[in-house]
Design a protein around this ligand. Structure first.
Ligand SMILES: *Cc1c(COP(=O)(O)O)cnc(C)c1O
Length: 400
């Protein structure tokens, strides 16, 4: 799955370009940097590869989401509808800008169920945020339709699905804004980093300032810049951007290998009639970072997990239902509103309410779901061996 599996001379060369000038900051120092602008170069490459008009690099996917919310004008008292299955960063960013995360059920796309979204809309809803989980995509047309009907902002958390497409367009570029993460385990990595994608110039200009203390970036001398609004430091460094530049050039190769490995493993699991697969709104656009599949019951799934554990081959088979990072069931810090900084009374009330809200429809899906991470490094023999072990464990689990 992650770009770090293919880390080598190309990344070292790009980083060395920066080390040779010693200018590891992305702004200013125009003379000594001798024409080396890795962050600017990566932003340009991102707009070209993914087809968004603008790209603003940030220090992480989490800061990209926070920046996107701020630039889209989402804040105090606004409700953001998001899925109960995601990575914790999605709600962290909502809370950071003062907004209220409204968690709703997923369906077999493993992200927002459009009917659950409709049912959650209130007069305070401002934004719908699907999270394109595990390399694939949300039911984008259905969700966008709801946004259009209710005049809501559509923000795509595409942090896990760099390179996925939906009806020919890259996810992350379809909504009012979208985000990617380039953390160490994402499809392409900078070590740490993220990006906000948008086609809206005013949203982009706000992202540009917000991530750098509000600078308008109109002067050679940073000290002479105006600050049209308050910002923060969510900058990426030149060293991180340099790594990303080498990685983005490998994206097509990563996707090709992932798709090939995924297809072989999928065909092996498909021979077991009790196995079903995640619903993928546009199968041709799946990045295939994971193969996500279901067993008929929670008990069967738990038996499979136990069997894989016993054989020492659990790593790579993710059972998100029991995982502390990805599913609402385990988010105790969120449900008890345990924060270091104050949150608004409304935010607190919404979080505490989550501790008594149940998500039976999502439980019924997540408790039967396994996501198998697809490695870029597997040989065909290794995939066959892995597939055979998994099929044997599945057959055993089905008899339990
Ligand atoms: C990784 C991830 C993020 C946050 O990215 P970081 O770069 O780790 O801050 C946000 N959302 C999702 C769905 C992610 O998987």
């Amino acid at each position: 799955m992650p770009g770090f599996e293919f880390f080598g001379a190309e990344e070292r060369k790009e980083v060395n370009d920066v080390l040779e000038t010693g200018i590891i900051m992305r702004y200013g120092f125009d003379g000594p940097r001798k024409g080396v602008w890795k962050a600017k170069e990566l932003e340009k490459a991102i707009t070209e590869v993914f087809g968004s008009k603008y790209a603003q690099l940030t220090s992480s996917g989490t800061s990209a989401l926070t920046t996107a919310f701020a630039a889209l004008g989402i804040g105090f008292g606004d409700e953001v509808i998001m899925p109960a299955f995601t990575f914790v960063a999605s709600f962290e960013a909502v809370l950071r800008v003062g907004a209220i995360p409204v968690l709703v059920d997923i369906d077999e796309t493993l992200t927002l169920n459009p009917a659950a979204v409709r049912a959650a809309i209130t007069p305070r809803t401002r934004c719908i945020m699907p999270v394109h989980m595990c390399g694939s995509m949300a039911d984008i047309d259905a969700l966008k339709q709801i946004c259009d009907e209710h005049k809501l902002i559509f923000l795509e958390d595409a942090c896990q699905s760099i390179g996925a497409t939906y009806k020919g367009r890259h996810v992350g570029t379809i909504g009012d804004a979208g985000t990617f993460s380039f953390d160490f385990v994402k499809i392409i990595t900078c070590g740490e980093g993220g990006v906000v994608l948008t086609n809206d110039e005013s949203v982009y200009t706000k992202c540009d300032g917000y991530t750098d203390h509000g600078h308008d970036h109109l002067n050679l001398d940073r000290g002479a810049d105006q600050h049209p609004f308050l910002g923060y430091n969510y900058r990426i460094s030149e060293l991180h951007a340099a790594v990303g530049l080498a990685q983005i050039r490998k994206l097509d190769k990563f996707l090709e290998i992932q798709r090939k490995n995924h297809s072989l493993l999928r065909s092996m699991l498909a021979e077991v009639p009790e196995v079903s697969f995640r619903q993928i709104p546009d199968p041709a656009g799946d990045t295939c970072t994971h193969l996500s599949w279901f067993l008929p019951t929670e008990a069967h799934t738990k038996a499979f997990v136990a069997e894989m554990k016993a054989q020492g081959v659990l790593p790579g088979n993710f059972y998100w239902y029991a995982n502390n990072w990805h599913y609402i069931k385990q988010w105790d810090h969120l449900k008890t509103a345990t924060t270091l900084h104050a949150v608004s009374d409304e935010q607190k009330a919404a979080l505490l309410k989550l501790s008594t809200t149940s998500f039976p429809a999502s439980d019924a899906i997540m408790s039967r779901c396994i996501s198998t991470a697809i490695s870029l490094l597997w040989t065909e023999d290794q995939i066959r061996e892995k597939g055979e072990k998994m099929v044997a464990a599945i057959r055993k689990a089905l008899q339990a």
